[in-house]
Design a protein around this ligand. Structure first.
Ligand SMILES: Nc1ncnc2c1ncn2[C@@H]1O[C@H](COP(=O)(O)OP(=O)(O)O)[C@@H](O)[C@H]1O
Ligand SMILES: [Mg+2]
Length: 282
C-alpha cells in the first residue's frame, strides 16, 4: 500500500499567454509510516503537487496512484482517494468554512457516514490530538488566531482518519514552540502508520524530521533520498532559492578538510564529531 506519482506533468492555462509549467515529469513514492518532506522554493510547484495527491487536480500527463487507485479514473475512485488522502491547505482560510469548530471538524467524518455519539467522539479525539481543548468546540473558527485556525484545519482532516496526511507548508507563521509541537504531531502520526507528506520550503526542518526528502525546483525533481543522501547530494548541486542550513554548510567545510567524517545539519552531532576529532589529535 503506497502512494505513487509517475512522470506527472501539469501546466496552468496551456496555450494562453498566462501559461505556467508547474510540474514536469515528477516521480516518487511514499510509504505508510514514513515522513516524506517535499522541499522547494516559492513557485517550485509544491502546492500544485499537493493538490494532485488527493485528486483535486488530475494529471495532464503521468499518473498518481493511491493504494492501487488512479486519481484520473472514475468518480468512485476519487471519493475513496479523498477519504484516504487528507490534504491540509497552505492557508487555513482556504479550507475552513463552518460557523463552529465542532461543525468544521464534523464535516469529514459526517460525510463518510459517522453519526451521533460516534461522530462526537471522533471530533473530540481529533481536537485532543492537535491540542485544542473542548472549550473550542463552539468557537467560530474564523475568529481564532492564525495558529489556532491551522490546528482546526489539521484536526478537521485528521477526523477522517486518513491513511495519507498531506500538509502544505504547515509551519508557516508558527513560532518555535508551534513548530516543535507540530513536529511531534507529525512523528506521532507516522508512528501510528500514517504516511505523512510534509511540504515545506524549510530544508533544515525537513532534514531533521524526515525519513525521505524530495527536492523540487521549477517543477522538476532535483534530488530524492534519505536526509543523509540529500545532504551528500546538495554538496554537489546548487538548487535555486534553497537555503542550506548553516550547520550543514559548516559540516561541508569540515568534511573537506578531513576534520569530520559525516555530514550533518544537527548541531549536536556536529559538536560530537568535532569533539571526537579533537580527542584523536591529542
Ligand atoms: N491557479 C494558477 N493559475 C496559473 N498559474 C498558477 C496557478 N497556481 C500556481 N501557478 C503557477 O504555477 C507554478 C507553481 O506554483 P505553486 O504550485 O503554487 O508553487 P509553490 O507551492 O511551490 O509556491 C508557479 O509558477 C505559479 O505561478
Ligand atoms: Mg505553495
Amino acid at each position: 500500500m503506497s502512494l505513487t506519482v509517475k512522470k506527472l506533468s501539469f501546466t496552468y492555462n496551456p496555450g494562453l499567454p498566462t501559461e505556467a509549467k508547474a510540474l514536469q515529469n515528477v516521480s516518487f513514492n511514499a510509504e505508510k509510516g514514513e515522513i516524506l518532506s517535499i522541499v522547494g522554493h516559492t513557485g517550485s510547484g509544491k502546492s500544485t503537487l499537493a493538490m494532485h495527491l488527493n485528486g483535486l487536480l488530475v494529471p495532464q500527463s503521468g499518473e498518481v496512484i493511491v493504494d492501487g487507485l488512479k486519481t484520473d479514473s472514475e468518480p468512485n475512485n476519487l471519493k475513496k482517494i479523498r477519504q484516504c488522502v487528507g490534504l491540509v491547505f497552505q492557508y487555513p482560510e482556504q479550507q475552513i468554512f463552518a460557523e463552529t469548530v465542532r461543525d468544521e471538524i464534523s464535516f469529514g467524518p459526517y460525510n463518510w457516514g459517522k453519526r451521533g455519539e460516534a461522530l462526537e467522539e471522533r471530533v473530540f479525539e481529533a481536537m485532543d490530538l492537535i491540542g485544542l481543548d473542548n472549550s473550542f468546540a463552539s468557537a467560530n473558527p474564523f475568529l481564532l488566531s492564525g495558529g489556532e485556525k491551522r490546528r482546526v484545519a489539521i484536526a478537521s482532516v485528521l477526523a477522517s482518519e486518513p491513511g495519507y496526511l498531506v500538509l502544505d507548508e504547515p509551519t508557516a507563521g508558527l513560532d518555535f514552540t508551534g513548530v516543535c509541537e507540530l513536529t511531534l504531531l507529525l512523528r506521532s502520526m507516522s508512528e501510528k502508520g500514517i504516511c505523512v507528506i510534509h511540504i515545506t520550503h524549510d530544508l533544515e526542518l525537513a532534514l531533521n524530521i524526515s525519513d525521505r526528502i524530495l527536492i523540487i525546483s521549477e517543477g522538476t525533481v532535483t534530488a530524492y533520498g534519505t536526509p543523509s543522501e540529500i545532504s551528500e547530494m546538495l554538496s554537489n548541486i546548487n538548487v535555486k532559492g534553497l537555503i542550506l542550513p548553516d550547520i550543514l554548510s559548516l559540516s561541508y567545510e569540515l568534511k573537506k578538510t578531513g576534520s569530520i567524517e559525516n555530514l550533518t545539519s544537527d548541531p549536536y552531532r556536529l559538536a560530537e564529531q568535532i569533539k571526537a576529532a579533537k580527542m584523536r589529535c591529542r
